[in-house]
Design a binder for this molecule. Structure first.
Ligand SMILES: [Fe+2]
Length: 212
């Protein structure tokens, strides 16, 4: 059985997600895919750990290792779901802010992750894609929960870059994961917030704070 995702209905940031969806092999529309270098041309990975945003809108955003599986020139898309995607569908959403907690409109976010079985696509662009924050600095990513692979807890990689600014490379983690405490790279400051397990809306939230 396959459930179709309302990939065109992502404009309601709080109420669009009707219920938990589990994807199996089948067809889902691929949205806005265009391959090309997304970066503004600034040096990558030179940003120091982000200072604390002090008005309570978000925690500091530490940088983390890129790991061995980054691929540049990803497709531009807000949904990483493709016809063959399997796993538990989730939304990751939030804002990109500066250290004054002001939104960074047009910030670039480039996501990549393992599939539900803990495998990266290192030949193509499966579960890889970049997007730009909107005028309010907000982003939204439709994807599946990443699987586990040896030595790592569940995580999503991301590069975040304000227009013409340096890039922050980091990773996002999920609460209530037993492997978190066994992962030497894991950082609780990078935990997304999730609804309770019983909630029907698997929307993970995280605000990035960049030192610009
Ligand atoms: Fe990874």
């Amino acid at each position: 059985m396959r459930e179709v995702t309302p990939v065109d209905g992502l404009n309601d940031r709080h109420g669009w997600w009707p219920r938990r969806r589990v994807l199996q092999a089948g067809g889902l529309a691929l949205v806005g895919m265009a391959v090309g270098s997304p970066w503004y041309g600034a040096a990558q990975d030179v940003l120091s750990p982000t200072p604390q945003c002090d008005n309570g809108k978000g925690p500091a955003t530490p940088r983390q290792t890129e790991g061995p599986f980054y691929t540049p020139n990803t497709p531009k898309r807000t949904s990483l779901i493709e016809a063959s995607t399997q796993g538990t569908l989730i939304m990751v959403t939030g804002s990109v802010l500066n250290t004054q907690c002001e939104p960074l409109a047009g910030a670039l976010l480039d996501f990549w992750q393992a599939d539900a079985n803990g495998v990266y696509d290192n030949q193509g662009y499966t579960l890889r894609g970049h997007q730009f924050a909107d005028a309010m600095g907000q982003y939204r990513l439709e994807t599946v929960m990443p699987g586990l692979y040896p030595g790592r807890t569940r995580h999503i990689h991301v590069k975040v870059q304000a227009p013409h600014g340096p890039a922050l490379t980091t990773q996002l983690y999920f609460p209530h994961e037993s492997e978190n405490k066994r992962d030497a790279i894991y950082d609780e400051r990078l935990l997304v917030t999730m609804p309770p397990p019983s909630a029907a809306t698997p929307v993970a939230r995280f605000d990035f704070v960049l030192g610009v």
